[in-house]
Design a protein around this ligand. Structure first.
Ligand code: DON
Length: 316
């Protein structure tokens, strides 16, 4: 399988891509990102890796952490989780407040900001050392003990996170936040600030392509059925009001962050991460989506089509 050649072909095709988008500026620490960075990293189910570009450089994973905090909370509280947060696509921007009022403080899903804040509240209630426990969980998934929070980014977002303050206060007024609002938001901003490379991200998400088991140590993280739930939420909610477009063009469950990262998984086959800091109008990496669209088209791998016959794959 010539994945490295496929990556080179994609990178060449997108070299002068003219819809690269804008880096996020609403969090000052993210505004410094270099829009020309680009990396793609693939981990296959037999733990082979293929990569191209800036795949070892770390960046702010931002909302991609929402999937991992969801998994951790789901492991701790099980199906009780769904009393506090829904599983329906929002069709709205990640930071929209509109539905939250109509739906009486129960966020549509755990991947919009309001939902992720409820998940942080649950983790703070359940864990004695939420910051340490969560980062330890990520390090074991990635097989990288250096993964960490970025204090500067967390502080930077805290100073301008007015909408997130609005979200948590609205939810608290409806009784859907148990802990002190500032404490919960501090944890939320820290989760968004975590830095990883494309390599870390692809490896971290591999358990979701592996029936819920961490392939690095064979440890079960989720049951097969729980894995289905997380993957379906990623497919329907991972890109906010662009989730339909991502499914339409790429055809895989995935998650984006305003740092320009995207990770997607193909159950039983692979996990793939891409990084390009320029965002489209929906806050998702513009070139990243295009690169993944090319990848799943060339490899004929998506959850809606026939199973690909990898060995017989042909491409130009
Ligand atoms: O709460 C925020 O606005 C950010 N920390 C996370 C936003 C984000 O990554 C949305 N995803 N595309």
């Amino acid at each position: 399988m010539k994945y490295n050649e496929i990556f080179e072909k994609i990178a060449a095709e997108l070299k002068d891509y003219d819809q690269i988008g804008q880096v996020a500026t609403y969090i000052p620490a993210l505004a410094k990102a270099n829009p020309n960075k680009f990396g793609m990293y693939l981990v296959t189910r037999d733990e082979h890796s293929y990569y191209h570009g800036d795949t070892d450089e770390t960046f702010s994973i931002q909302s991609i952490s929402k999937v991992l905090s969801l998994v951790y909370a789901f492991k701790l509280v099980g199906t009780d989780l769904w009393k506090r947060v829904g599983v329906e696509p929002s069709g709205s921007p990640f930071n929209s407040l509109v539905q939250l009022e109509y739906e009486q403080g129960i966020p549509r899903n755990p991947l919009i900001n309001a939902g992720a804040i409820v998940i942080c509240d649950i983790l703070i209630s359940e864990l004695e050392n939420p910051y340490q426990d969560f980062i330890k969980f990520l390090r074991s998934l990635a097989g990288n003990p250096d993964i960490d929070y970025c204090k500067t980014t967390a502080e930077s977002e805290k100073e301008c996170g007015f909408k997130n303050h609005a979200h948590i206060n609205l939810m608290k007024s409806y009784g859907n936040i148990e802990n002190d609002a500032e404490q919960v938001l501090d944890f939320y901003f820290h989760l968004c600030s975590i830095e990883m490379s494309c390599k870390d991200l692809a490896q971290t998400f591999m358990f979701l392509a592996n029936g819920g088991k961490n392939p690095l140590n064979n440890k079960r993280i989720l049951t097969a059925q729980e894995t289905k739930r997380i993957n379906s939420i990623m497919l329907l909610c991972g890109f906010y009001d662009e989730a339909g477009e991502f499914a339409f063009r790429v055809g895989l469950p995935g998650k984006s962050g305003v740092g320009g990262g995207i990770v997607a998984i193909y159950p039983d086959q692979y996990s793939i991460a891409v990084w390009s800091p320029g965002l489209n109008s929906k806050g998702n990496s513009s070139k990243g989506i295009k690169a993944l669209e090319l990848f799943t088209t060339i490899t004929q791998s998506n959850v809606f089509g026939p199973s690909p016959i990898f060995d017989e794959l042909e491409y130009e």
